[in-house]
Design a protein around this ligand. Structure first.
Ligand SMILES: NC(=O)c1ccc[n+]([C@@H]2O[C@H](COP(=O)([O-])OP(=O)(O)OC[C@H]3O[C@@H](n4cnc5c(N)ncnc54)[C@H](OP(=O)(O)O)[C@@H]3O)[C@@H](O)[C@H]2O)c1
Length: 247
């Protein structure tokens, strides 16, 4: 039976992906920062007791990550989805293009940006997936054709961007794409395929209520794209609808 490991599995797109993989008979290792308060994951555990394991793992905490690796005892991971991510929501609102009274609330003024928050976002969105991928690489190598998915964003597209604001998120996801490309050759040498997939603008806490896609539309698309990934797709920047996004 194929196994998925996913980060940030307790809500939003991560939780939606857990449901889709369980429905499709996968074994799911659902990781999140606080399993005790992950009520929806707990409900899934009641429904799919032998198919899901829930582990506590902050993607910035190497001690927790090492403990999770140990607990797997070398078991293969077929698909790793680096889903956990964060955005400068508290300051600038949910939704990439949110406006208040028609005025965008992103802050384009670099003199006023919250640089501590920017560092925190880079840590979670770039270093987190790097740590997680590196830490579980032996498990991915143990699978027949391991696949690493970086959940990126259309906002990472450099060529599509000429909008001020959302600097932390945009730079973090563009850097994540580069992480996918630059670690991709190393992973390829181990028989592991890495891709970056955007879930599209989705109605979650992060995406906000005005986003275009429901969680179901987003995760069904991401699932289909991952299912179709082969070694020839290594290094691609894909959208949830299967199209290729411009760098
Ligand atoms: N929604 C969109 O429109 C959209 C568009 C493009 C890309 N994305 C990407 O899709 C992914 C999921 O987004 P979402 O919309 O589902 O966001 P969300 O509803 O805000 O959920 C974010 C998830 O990431 C987890 N997380 C944050 N920091 C973490 C850390 N240090 N360690 C472990 N988990 C952490 C959160 O856990 P806690 O509950 O513990 O905070 C939560 O489970 C993100 O990578 C996001 O950038 C989303």
């Amino acid at each position: 039976m194929a196994t998925l490991l996913i980060t940030g599995a307790n809500r939003g797109i991560g939780l939606g992906l857990v449901k889709v993989y369980l429905e499709n008979q996968w074994q799911v290792i659902a990781s999140c920062r606080s399993p005790k308060t992950a009520s929806e994951l707990m409900s899934l555990k009641e429904q799919y007791s032998d198919k899901i394991s829930i582990i506590g793992m902050d993607v910035n905490d190497q001690t927790q990550i090492d403990a999770a690796v140990q607990s797997l005892n070398g078991a293969p991971i077929d698909v790793l989805i680096n889903n956990a991510g964060t955005v400068e929501m508290e300051k600038y609102g949910s939704g990439a293009y949110e406006k208040v009274n028609g005025v965008p609330i992103d802050d384009p003024d670099l003199r006023k940006y919250d640089y501590q928050q920017w560092e925190d976002i880079l840590r979670t969105n770039v270093l987190g997936p790097a740590r997680i991928t590196g830490s579980f690489v032996d498990n991915l190598e143990a699978a027949d054709h391991g696949v690493v998915v970086m959940i990126t964003s259309g906002l990472a597209s450099v060529s599509n961007t000429w909008n001020a604001g959302r600097y932390a998120y945009r730079t973090s996801k563009a850097a994540l794409n580069m992480l996918m490309r630059s670690s991709g050759e190393w992973l390829e040498s181990l028989g592991i395929t890495s891709v970056a997939i955007s879930p599209g603008w989705t109605r979650t806490d992060m995406g906000g209520p005005n986003a275009l896609n429901s969680i179901e539309e987003s995760v069904n698309g991401v699932y289909q794209v991952i299912t179709g990934v082969s070694a020839e797709d290594a290094g691609k920047f894909l959208n949830f609808d299967g199209t290729t996004l411009p760098w």
